[in-house]
Design a protein around this ligand. Sequence first.
Ligand SMILES: [Zn+2]
Length: 342
Amino acid sequence: MHAVRFHEHGDIDVLKYEEAPEPKIEANEVLVKVKACALNHLDLWLRQGVSDWKLPLPHIVGSDISGEVAEVGSHVKRVQAGERVLLCPGISCGQCEMCFKGLDSGCRGFTVFGVFVDGGYAEYVKSPEVNVIPIPSDLSFDEAAAVPLVFLTAWHMLFTRAQLKPGEDVLVIGAGSGVGSAAIQVAKSVGARVIATAGADWKLEKASALGADEVINHSRQSISGEVRRFTAKRGVDVIVEHVGAAVWNDCFNSLATYGRLVTCGATSGGEVKLNMQGLFGRQRTILGSFMGGKAELLGALKFIAEGKLRAVIDSAFPLQEAAAAQRKMESGEFFGKILLHP
Ligand SMILES: [Zn+2]
């Protein structure tokens, strides 16, 4: 089959479109012919090399995958050849305490497609049967690939971690990112008021179209100043954050009393200062969040099928142009998901 692999870590030019062996399935696995694979920042970090993770090389990244079932193993009962499916990105052991609680990403054996197993930058990928989900309603392959990681992450952040309630005020940092565009919709779907930030006016227009009630251009406006204005100095109940150091103080100062800040990343740096008086005196909570579980993805997919949430797609590239697709992601000039078509 054709795949995009890297044999060493490095810049975009280590990505090679080449022949690779087709995956061989075990009895409990399914072979999927990939129709679309969405990019994530994770792909870029894996290509550059994550210090604590030793990846098998050569390696195929890609965590968000949709396609058609090509072949099923002898123990597979539920999934059939020819089905239109998407893959739940998180792979966990299925038999530990965390897995039993539905907290898949807390499993010690947790990984995702494209990390310690090959991912979707290829014509075929293999998956455990338990990760294979039928594509709901008339969703296209592109839409199905654009949903999983960002919606299950946003769902886990807002509901499981921050315990968002209807009517609360939510600040979403980085509306143009995959998680940001999903978080705006997930928060709106339960009747929250959403304030979204981005660094460009064209992104803010798109954020408003997705349902954001108020917007802040963080390249020329103060986030905490605008939040004070929008909330009559009260602050917001929940902040969805993945930028880290660059926005930390502004975010912390935007939290209402009893506010919760939930973060799933630190793209601008992970070392921050914490004002303890502001933490205990205002009874605020800081929450870490990492991906999410299969049950949360099924929850989001119900809303997707009903049209209450929708996949946000920026653009699509042929698989052999994966380097151009990653370059676009690095540039920041996108809104929603960037897709590859094998
Ligand atoms: Zn487990």
